[in-house]
Write a new protein. Structure first.
Lengths: 437, 437
């Protein structure tokens, strides 16, 4: 099946940068983009889809998410960070069972598809529920069974999470035509110990050649960063390096308190930082040194974090914030170019996820395409499409979300997930978790 | 005509705070709210409107706007602040004529009505065009003909803007059943001189008893703040005080660089600061000391600034930013309570505008009501309505905007302005201003 998207604006990719085609054609053969250009392609297509007034952009990649935490949206939002985590989050998470994870994932997927996310990296419990759900949904997801260790006397061989993590990789990495990728995961320096981390790093190192990668949280808060120094005599980045975790390509969420030396460590090991501006600001964690990381040549990507600390999964908000917050902090109106921000949300995200075949609109890439409706009063005039997308467009302007050439969402309708069932499941889960509220 | 809004959540106002009614009734008699409560009112109503799943909030008040700058949206967004102003903004503004101001205002009104704004304060050229347009539209607007002085040798009596400013007040203040209020205006310290400012302050002082107020820009950038000190030996706030401008209640946009002493001056004179977080961050101006101003007891309100530096007129974005940016700057997750932010966008805005009869949902107030559709995946679960509104709701969730009991916008439809004509006018204006682009 060959499909031609026509008459749309296109943010194509050429010569390592975005190129705006004001009105053009994007051809798809199966799940692959086989044409991008201003002129109608010579080859015939089986079907054509008129997208006049829309702007085609690469699918957005949410690189740090705890999807099922949608069920904890807004819980304890009046508490300081520590109390929020221990008094509001953990007790609910403790009660969560398989059906709750399913429901939370469904709700997250409704939100992400409607806001142009085609791929996301997830770090949460019972990742199998997400794999199973995604069989039907058809998004791309990098997921992980994170390793933690709460009992310092427990020998590493007894940590049941490690074999689970390895088994998850063996069973599911590359599943669903490559849409599912399994990452290894260490939750954070403060929820594990040296022995378990070294042991785990040794176990996962051989998987490097099979394309394995790691997810972790890094220097999110000042407290975490400083307590690590007190505990280990080194920063979290230096500690992860010493433990051998960075022997695999890693994705490090937050990096708010990473020093220039930390950033050099990340650079040396090909670690991609993930910027989560809403969560970092809302929780009072601070401003990640994003312009500084980009200047150092790091592959910075973007994420929403969980809905509990955001309070949504809206990559347009993250792009907007990433584009303006650092200008304000550094008193420089042109510090964060919109193109760099869109790159973080697409190209860099794909690289972080280990997906070489997505992240931009070019011939030979997978057809992960989002159509943004630019024909709206708040987007007029739009002399330049890319700044308008980053500074003014809203998640609600997304008209279509396509993954691997298959339309998953269009004009308010979900084609691969039942909206009403998902909302019903979420309601039932909320009743279970919060007692009928 | 008595209208009963029923089955909606309501953020009512009681005992100097918001009170959430999960499902209730809001009665309107003409343009006045005559009932708010969880129980059905005993009195009969002529008509009922079922708003199940919606949350009723006070109309949002955008306290700093240059409405017609929608026509300059995104222009020169890759330039640093000074060059942006002199190379991108001024040359276009120089070409703007009456029809362009009309078109720019129409476009702004489309955007503001759709995002829940019922009242706004505007500072731009040819304010009469806005008054005339609003006759049909029916919003509330505080507008001003600002005074500037570019030739230091020109005697104050020759400044033609001063009599125009006074005449505008005499002719239109209180027009359209009070929906139009005329403010006096000084653009900023750096676009006027001592003699003209003193002269103008003397002229407007007698208007104080007629409810007159002042709009101005204050300490938006570090450069502006420091150059004022170099020029006058005092900060902009101290200078405005010395000139007598603060003898009237004033609304001071930005206040990014206001010192604690400046803030004491504002407090002493009842000056209301206006926080414009998107514009301040995007343009690299910095972070206004909002929590500090609130701690000092100042009446801080919210605004979007013009679309040229934003790039839209979305008060939901401003609320969201105001709620999280300062937490990040001060490393405190509970620094800016959502209730304080909503108050800035409603109650404080009404007070700033000199509108005692709007800004909250309570019996006896004008029926300026916005219905937000909370029945959306990205807003579920919503254990507490107010934090969800501030942290997660989007402008696109606005289902209805009502001013003085009259519905101006509902479910994508404009009832008092022709959307297609407005977009056509904007297109024609863009062609005139930018030569067919």
């Amino acid at each position: 099946m060959k499909l031609l998207l026509k008459n749309a604006g296109i943010l194509a990719w050429a010569d390592d940068g975005f190129r705006h085609i004001p009105e053009g054609y994007l051809g798809i053969d199966g799940d692959i983009i086989d044409y991008v250009g201003a002129e109608r392609p010579a080859a015939p297509y089986d079907a054509e889809k008129d997208l006049r007034g829309k702007l085609l952009i690469p699918g957005l990649i949410n690189c740090h998410c705890h999807a099922a935490m949608t069920l904890l949206r807004g819980v304890g939002s009046d508490l300081p960070l520590d109390r929020w985590l221990f008094e509001a989050m953990f007790p609910v998470e403790d009660r969560m069972k398989t059906d709750d994870f399913i429901a939370g994932n469904e709700l997250a997927i409704l939100e992400m598809l409607a806001s142009g996310v085609t791929s996301f990296s997830d770090m949460y419990m019972e990742p199998q529920t997400l794999i199973e759900l995604n069989e039907q949904v058809g998004m791309k997801v990098n997921l992980t069974r994170v390793v933690q260790a709460f009992d310092p006397t427990e020998p590493p061989e007894r940590n049941f999470r490690i074999p689970e993590s390895l088994a998850l990789f063996d069973q599911f990495h590359g599943a669903q035509n490559g849409r599912v990728r399994v990452d290894f995961g260490v939750h954070a320096e403060y929820t594990i110990n040296d022995a378990v981390t070294r042991y785990y790093a040794d176990r996962i190192r051989p998987y490097r050649d099979r394309g394995a990668r790691v997810q972790l949280h890094l220097s999110e808060t000042k407290k975490e960063h400083e307590e690590c120094i007190a505990r280990h005599g080194m920063t979290p980045a230096a500690w992860f390096e010493a433990m051998g975790v960075f022997d695999l390509p890693a994705a490090a969420a937050h990096c708010v308190w990473c020093t220039p030396e930390d950033r050099a460590i990340l650079k040396a090991h090909g670690v991609s930082p993930i910027h989560n501006p809403t969560s970092n600001l809302k929780l009072g964690s601070g401003f990640a040194p994003v312009p500084e990381m980009l200047e150092q040549g790091l592959n910075v990507a973007l994420g929403t974090d969980g809905a509990a600390s955001n309070n949504n999964l809206n990559m347009f908000e993250e792009m907007h914030l990433a584009a303006i917050a650092h200008n304000g902090r550094r008193l420089d109106a042109v510090l964060m170019p919109p193109a760099a921000v869109l790159r973080m949300a697409t190209v860099n995200g794909a690289r972080l996820q280990g997906r070489d075949d997505t992240g931009c609109l070019a011939v030979g890439m997978k057809a992960d395409v989002v159509a943004v409706d630019m024909d709206r009063p708040h987007l007029y005039p739009a002399f330049e499409a890319l700044p308008m997308l980053v500074y003014a467009a809203q998640a609600s302007d997304v008209a279509m979300t396509m993954v691997d050439g298959r339309i998953l969402y269009e004009n308010g309708e979900y084609l691969t997930i039942d909206r009403e069932k998902a909302l019903y499941d979420a309601k039932k889960a909320v009743e279970r978790l919060y007692g009928g509220k």
